[in-house]
Design a protein around this ligand. Structure first.
Ligand code: C2O
Ligand code: CU
Ligand code: CU
Length: 463
């Protein structure tokens, strides 16, 4: 992420083979183009930390995997080749696409196997998403070995299109002295702590680099798209002395910018920020992650309370730019009306269990008719945070412990702090089928904190 090379976007251009548009599906408006590419997951020996090499897994040989850039309306065809020695899938976290393309554990791809993920990017879904494997029980290990990447979906009418953009993919990892990824699988004390807390690493990465430098010019405004791709770490991001506007989340832009001093970004979540370069030419600042206590007291890591540096924001020596005027309205987000909700699903998160059960691929845990609007009430009854993710549909958080959410946002994952009950509303406007919901702490997911929502086709078109 130097000033000379925008993060990862250039690598993708070479992978995209635009084809002639060949027809729309029932769900799609006519699209202007088809984007077709191949993602191959393979073992790779890479230098992840300075001075060492590591047996990793990588998409197309790189960590993070190539950034995928789509436009609303695109028809996307992704040829997945699994060259790993184990079963995998690719899940397109947050995208509103058919269940057959979701890459869930229901559609495993065997070693040496291939799968074509075919979907259309619908209008109104511009935002920042990500992709990662989703095989039964093995997601955490495969992500830890290096399988994750960002997706940027652009809108033709993006109100922030003229603002220079940076992509920050955050993750963490832990290594043995040999340089290999430290995956604890036996009954070691660390394995038990990982199982409880979710695996955290002491090495923090931004776009696969440790404390990289990002350049800004004094007076410039930059749009930062941030993905938290870590298994369990919650980042609490702060840039001292800077005015930051929080402008978007998982499913794209908010209605209006929200001035913030810091943001809490749980594992799996995304954020869009506008950072105004108020520093002087030649100065520097550090983007930090501040302590966030998501733990039970018994397994809180010893150093949990220490702020950590993530990247250096370096001001160029150029003279300050004149301040730019930023839009005060970003878009309209339709209101999902609670009066139209036809059911409430109560989901109780305890340690390792959802509604007192572990995942069963042959069970359906919740059903909702296609077209229905429903409320989900997520109750975290234990003394540590869990992040709750629903596949396939963006939702709107209504309230937390009865306190209304301050502004509307499209979300696909939400952190549920210890002993909190939150409610969200969702409409199954398209795409019947079986959809996962789960805690996104990958160790919890892999150990069974997951269930299945089946969206049934019978009431098509009738709310
Ligand atoms: Cu980001 Cu079910 O996954
Ligand atoms: Cu997902
Ligand atoms: Cu959890």
């Amino acid at each position: 992420m130097s000033s000379r090379r925008p993060p990862r976007f250039s690598t993708f251009a070479a992978l995209v083979a635009p084809l002639l548009f060949s027809g729309a599906t029932a769900h799609a408006r006519p699209t202007s183009r088809t984007v077709e590419l191949t993602l191959t997951a393979s073992p790779a020996r890479l230098a992840l930390v300075p001075g060492q090499s590591t047996d990793a897994f990588a998409y197309n040989g790189q960590i993070p995997g190539p950034t995928l850039e789509f436009r609303e309306g695109d028809r996307v065809v992704i040829h997945f080749r699994n060259n790993l020695p184990e079963t995998s899938t690719i899940h397109w976290h947050g995208l509103h696409i058919p269940a057959s393309a979701d890459g869930s554990p229901l559609n495993p791809v065997k070693p040496g196997g291939t799968y074509d993920y075919v979907f259309t990017i619908l209008p109104g879904t511009a935002g920042t998403y990500w992709y990662h494997p989703h095989p039964d029980h093995r997601t955490g290990d495969q992500v830890a070995k290096g399988l994750y990447g960002a997706i940027v979906v652009r809108a033709a009418d993006d109100p922030l299109a003229s603002i220079p953009e940076k992509l920050l993919v955050l993750s963490d990892n832990r290594f043995l002295t040999s340089g290999e990824v430290d995956l604890q699988h036996h009954d070691s004390p660390q394995a038990l702590i990982d199982e409880q807390n979710g695996r955290e690493g002491d090495v923090l990465f931004v776009n696969g680099q440790v404390i990289p430098r990002l350049t800004i010019r004094s007076g410039e405004v930059q749009r930062w798209r941030i993905v938290n791709a870590s298994a369990a770490r919650v980042f609490r991001l702060a840039l001292p002395g800077h005015e930051v506007l929080y402008v978007g989340s998982d499913g794209g832009l908010f209605e209006r910018p929200v001035p913030v001093k810091e943001i809490v970004l749980a594992n799996g979540e995304r954020a869009e920020l506008l950072v105004r370069g108020t520093g002087t030419p030649g100065s520097r600042e550090t983007l930090q992650t501040l302590p966030y206590d998501r733990y039970t007291p018994q397994t809180r890591p010893a150093n949990w309370n220490a702020p950590r540096d993530l990247l250096t924001l370096q001001y160029s020596d150029e003279a300050p730019l004149a301040p730019v005027v930023l839009p005060s309205v970003l878009r309209r987000i339709p209101v999902l009306d609670t009066a139209k909700a036809t059911a409430t699903h109560v989901i109780v998160l305890s340690q390792g269990l959802i509604n007192n059960k572990t995942m069963d691929m042959h069970r359906v845990d919740a059903r909702g008719p296609l077209g229905a609007t429903e409320i989900w009430q997520i109750e975290n009854v234990v003394g540590m945070d869990h992040s709750f993710h629903l596949h396939g549909f963006q939702f709107q958080v209504l309230d937390r412990n009865g306190v209304p959410e301050p502004f509307r946002a499209w979300k696909d994952i939400v952190n549920v702090p210890k002993h909190e009950t939150l409610r969200f509303i969702v409409r199954y406007d398209d795409y019947p089928g079986k959809w996962m919901f789960h805690c996104h702490i990958l160790d919890h997911e892999d150990h069974g904190m997951m269930g299945i929502l089946e969206v049934t086709p019978q009431h098509r078109g009738r709310p």
